[in-house]
Design a protein around this ligand. Sequence first.
Ligand code: 13P
Ligand code: SF4
Length: 375
Amino acid sequence: MVTIVDRNIRPEVEVVTPPVARGDFVVPRPGTGAAAKKFGVLPMPKLEWNAEVERETAHLYEKVKHIIPSVEWPFHAPYVYAINKLKKQRNAVLLAHNYQTPEIYNCVADFVGDSLQLAKEAAKSKADIIIQGGVHFMAETSKLLNPDKTVLIPDLRAGCSLAQSITGEDVRLLRERYPGVPVVTYVNTSADVKAESDICCTSSNAVQVVESFGVDRVICIPDEFLARWVATQTKVKIIAWKGHCEVHERFTGEELRRYREADPGVQILAHPECPPDVIAEADFTGSTSGILNYVKTKKPKRVVMVTECSMADNVQAEAPDTEFVRPCNLCPHMKRITLPKILDSLVYLREEVEIDPAIAAKARRAVERMIHLKS
Ligand code: 13P
Ligand code: SF4
């Protein structure tokens, strides 16, 4: 049971700051080429817009015609056609996060969803090859759950400011500072950080995970704002970390108040990675799938979606009667994944995601504990 604490009572949250300023993203190690040796590299298919491509992709264009102009479709369609053929040939699946662009989300993905749903799909996968339409921590999670499969990410530089904000060493220091306090780590972290944690969580199950220990104090890292939001939903005292999502931290309560003033009936839906003053203005706070479900079930007339840009594009297809106001912030990491790079992944079997087996064994335990938590 989640205890909802009155909004006016300030939740008790202690926030820890990283010891040193963080440098640039460290580009993860490239794959060893083992997959290319195992499955073989294929010739690059011809990418032309012709009658066959037009006919075979027409049903997919129907799904995106509200967002992709017809003059642009001949540029996407040859990739869509080639990717869908090669996925069958390779026995590969593409898992796409809700922030992927509409042509990826609607036209080449086999499964779409939030971080938790993608992790669960990865755990069930029967494919030989998993391609992650998302960022590096998501691909690492897929690899943790499928150590014997080939997991590819179309661009190794698709990072995440939250994953970059903390290291395994930081978690060890936190444990020294708060001995015996359980560590809940957001999936938006490296395998190294997961390996030092008791359990993982996502934005859709964070409260449940925090309460699963039955103790009065939990370390919930690295997203300060997610932790602050969790603290408003539970009596458990939260120790947080000063990591932020570079996309969600830019929204402000002030801009949302202006939307509300312009249209008092508008519904404001926010992701828990947003700052507290943004969440205070929201009618609903939830994961990307929580937001999608809210729109599908409540069918609001007009919504402000306080999250990454592609969400509104993707939800629009499933909620044609809802009007979306788009205070749009792009995730530059999610946007590194494109159709041409997905095709390269399928042809050349790159970039392979590798995790040190000793770290993987510990990190897998934290992810599996989350997946097997009874809801
Ligand atoms: P969800 O788990 O809600 O999909 O969030 C993942 C993410 O990276 C949001 O920025
Ligand atoms: Fe990371 Fe934010 Fe991008 Fe999500 S939107 S992947 S949390 S940087």
